[in-house]
Write a protein that binds this ligand. Structure first.
Ligand code: 3HC
Ligand code: NAI
Length: 701
């Protein structure tokens, strides 16, 4: 007898309870258990109705994602659902928590669905690179029509119980305390009032209304060209829903199964599921288990510029009290006005009510030019100019006024967190919290752990990330930590390729074609050409003379082409237009710089551009791992996915490298090293892994 699914008797009603923590996923044992218990209940003459429900926190949250890619083990989910559908007694799904994916498909295979207030349903398979493969694409349009079904399945969004009721996805929202209570009450009515067996497969009205109308599907395919660039499964979802409308149910189910299999076998499924598990694993830092956390009620932000204001907003929206410190009244007023402006934009977008905004501004937010105002806060994030001396001065003042146990954090992008800590009397309370711009939007937070940072300070950093709705990644101290350090390396290759013959526009096109939302030159124009210039000047003193240096970007800076903000950078921006146009002036600058170095331009195919870009990224990432700056490959994947636009469906650079094969990546690096041995020194870790026939995945823990 399977323990993960049990049968309870409540008079003439059988309750089948799925009890497979944490989310009652439909692994093999659950499928087997469901099939057996259903069979038992169906064959028990004393049972007149059957309720299916989940134990603990939720109904079934879907197929067991860990089983994808492994040999299928019977019974299959469609087979189990078919049994429910065919059952001669009313089968009722009693939903609470989240009924998702295969879990909601189980509910759709039942004859009735009742949900607790607060429950959510959804078909989020698209986010994992697959499609609902147990009847979801066939039954949903039979309940709500093809257009709404497509919206639901293509977005993967969760639908709250009340909305699900009004759409017709469920039959009742119950005020009962437990799903068992709700299910039994519904079953009682079904028995007493002799409800018919309402099989979704037999519902025809919506299907007949949609049949012959191709515009719904043409529209959906048209939209996907923009919204699902490079993605595989959304297109298959449209095909599957169209099959629901055009084919008899059993043929539609067969078609759904074929399309589902294609998705399961696609590399995108592997990439997206890797991303799913990695973002859950990333907060489980080895060595941090059980570390205490310090309470966080109030926070200080020093510096109210681009980053400080964004960080303050993020903290305010999480319910923290925030005090902003600036160097003078004028800068403080500007910082506060930026906070006000960002919050106002949230009100306009309907994310915040005007009343809540007013309350936040008056009750939770204040500012001062006097550090003494911070004497009682639990944490301070410093976001002043990127200058070691300025930051050291700020830390000295913080050290003088903060209470014992307060956390001193820096938002520096590159500077040495240990050197900052060393200047204080409490280095174990110092940490880097590297937010990304815009800080109230970007989900990544690098949690930079210094030599002396106390484990509970690190654990509090992760707790803060979670509270702010961000994904925290542990990083060690080095120039640029995980993300910016890797970026600096692959970014250089881009400049080399341009000097060697590619145009900046070809490069951007190739990188976008790989799946990044923007090309590196578009990013440079957005961030400001001056930012890159400042970074290069900072590194002038320490740059190795063997390093190749490309001056094209310096020429743009000298010409005042700062990017979007000055109307011209790598692209030309007409008034009010953020989509730049290619500019022959830039192409001319490139030609002149090549000529100065006697470089005979050669051409690069998009694939050649992508391979160099990725090889540089992966090689530096391997060095970051080797040095312990990142603890695990998955930490790098999450960093690049959330902070640098790496396409999620490729899983991150480490997953991508594993899928391509580390031997091929290493072979590429070695061939590029023939041109530039200094830039292309293979990471020892990469060489070792190739020699041992292992991959990055083997290092994830
Ligand atoms: N399979 C296996 N493990 C799962 C899982 C699943 N479907 N869903 C969640 N988990 C695991 C998580 O990895 C995590 O494990 P951990 O504790 O070891 O890290 C644990 O369950 C708890 O998950 P969360 O940390 O995400 O908990 P939350 O409470 O924040 O969220 C949730 C719960 C909303 C259910 C969220 O986990 C979620 O969105 N899960 C995925 C749901 C989904 O995509 N379902 C569709 C699956 S595909 C499918 O059904 C195919 C079918 O059509 C044939
Ligand atoms: P910014 O120039 O917009 O803002 C800096 C603010 O600090 C200014 O308002 C200035 O008045 C204030 N300030 C300077 N000295 C001060 C002092 N002694 N006391 C109080 N306030 C002081 O700079 P930005 O872009 O916000 O960057 C701040 C920090 O964040 C830097 O360390 C930067 O490297 C880091 N960072 C920046 C990112 C970006 O994209 N801009 C991304 C991630 C980190």
């Amino acid at each position: 007898m399977s323990e993960v699914v049990r049968l309870e008797r409540h008079g003439d009603i059988a309750a089948i309870v799925v009890d497979n923590p944490p989310v009652n996923a439909l692994g093999q044992a659950v499928r087997q258990g469901l099939k057996e218990r259903l069979n038992e209940a169906a064959n028990d003459d004393a049972v007149r109705a059957i309720v299916i429900l989940g134990a603990e926190r939720t109904f079934i949250a879907g197929a067991d994602i860990r089983e994808f890619g492994k040999p299928p083990q019977p019974p299959s989910l469609p087979e189990v659902i078919e049994d429910m559908d065919a059952c001669p007694k009313p089968v009722i799904a009693a939903l609470h928590g989240t009924a998702l994916g295969g879990g909601f498909e189980v509910a759709l295979g039942c004859h009735y669905r009742v949900a607790l207030d607060g429950a959510k349903v959804g078909l989020p398979e698209v986010k994992l690179g697959i499609l609902p493969g147990a009847g979801g694409t066939q039954r949903t349009p039979r309940l709500i029509g093809a257009a709404k079904a497509l919206d639901m399945i293509l977005s993967g969004d969760f639908v709250a119980a009340e909305k699900a009721l009004s759409l017709g996805l469920i039959d009742e929202v119950s005020k009962a305390e437990t799903p068992l209570e709700a299910g039994l009450a519904f079953a009682r009515k079904a028995i007493d009032e002799a409800y018919p067996l309402r099989r979704v497969r037999d519902l025809e009205d919506e299907i007949l209304a949609d049949r012959g109308k191709s515009d719904v599907f043409d529209d959906a395919r048209g939209k996907l060209k923009k919204t699902a660039r490079g993605l595989f499964s959304p297109h298959k979802i449209v095909d599957a829903v169209q099959a629901a409308v055009e084919l008899p149910f059993d043929d539609g189910i067969k078609r759904e199964r074929e399309l589902f299999q294609e998705c399961v076998e696609s590399p995108q499924r592997a990439g997206l599921i890797h991303a799913f598990f990695s973002e859950r694993q990333v907060g489980k830092v080895p060595g941090l288990k059980g570390a205490a956390r310090r309470p966080l009620i109030s926070a200080g932000v020093v510096g109210g510029g681009t980053m400080g204001a964004g960080i303050a907003v993020s903290m305010l929206l999480s319910g923290l009290q925030v005090i902003m410190i600036e160097r003078d009244e004028e800068s403080l007023a500007r910082g506060k006005a930026t906070v006000d402006k960002i919050l106002e934009a949230s009100v306009k977008r309907g994310k915040l009510t005007a009343g809540s905004k007013a309350a936040v501004m008056t009750e939770s937010f204040s500012g001062s030019t006097d550090y003494a105002a911070l004497s009682d806060v639990d944490i301070v994030v410093e976001a002043v100019f990127e200058d070691m001396e300025v930051k050291k001065g700020v830390f000295a003042q913080l050290d003088a006024v903060l209470k014992a146990g307060a956390i001193l954090a820096t938002n520096t992008s590159y500077l040495d967190v240990d050197a900052l800590a060393a200047g204080t009397s409490r280095p174990s309370d110092v940490i880097g919290l590297h937010f990304f711009s815009p800080a109230h939007v970007m989900k990544l937070l690098e949690i930079v752990v210094g030599d002396q940072t106390a484990p509970e300070v690190v654990a509090t950093g992760f707790a803060l990330a979670k509270r702010l709705g961000k994904v925290g990644v542990r990083a060690g101290v080095c120039d640029g930590f995980i993300g910016n350090r890797i970026l600096a390396t692959y970014r250089k290759q881009i400049d080399y390729m341009v000097e060697d013959g590619a145009s900046p526009y070809e490069v951007d096109d190739a990188i976008r074609a790989f799946g990044f939302p923007m090309g590196p030159f578009q990013v440079s124009d957005l961030a400001g050409v001056d930012i890159g210039w400042m970074t290069r000047r900072r590194l002038d003193a320490t740059r190795d003379p063997r390093e190749r240096y490309v001056e094209v970007a310096d020429r743009l800076y000298e010409a005042g082409r700062m990017g979007q903000k000055s109307g011209a950078g790598w692209y030309l921006y007409s008034e009010g237009n953020r989509r730049g146009a290619k500019d022959p002036v830039v192409e001319n600058i490139v030609v002149q710089e090549r000529a100065k170095k006697d470089i005979e331009p050669k051409s690069f195919t998009p694939e050649q551009i992508q391979r160099r870009y990725l090889a540089a990224m992966i090689n530096e990432a391997a060095k970051v791992l080797e040095e312990g700056i990142a603890l695990r490959p998955l930490d790098i994947d999450v960093t690049l996915l959330y902070g640098y636009g790496f396409p999620r469906w490729r899983g991150g650079p480490m997953k991508y490298a594993d899928m391509v094969g580390l031997d091929q990546i290493l072979a590429d690096i070695r061939s590029y090293a023939e041109e530039d041995a200094f830039a292309w020194q293979p990471a020892k870790l990469l060489v070792d892994l190739v020699e041992r026939g292992e991959n990055f995945e083997s290092l994830n823990k």
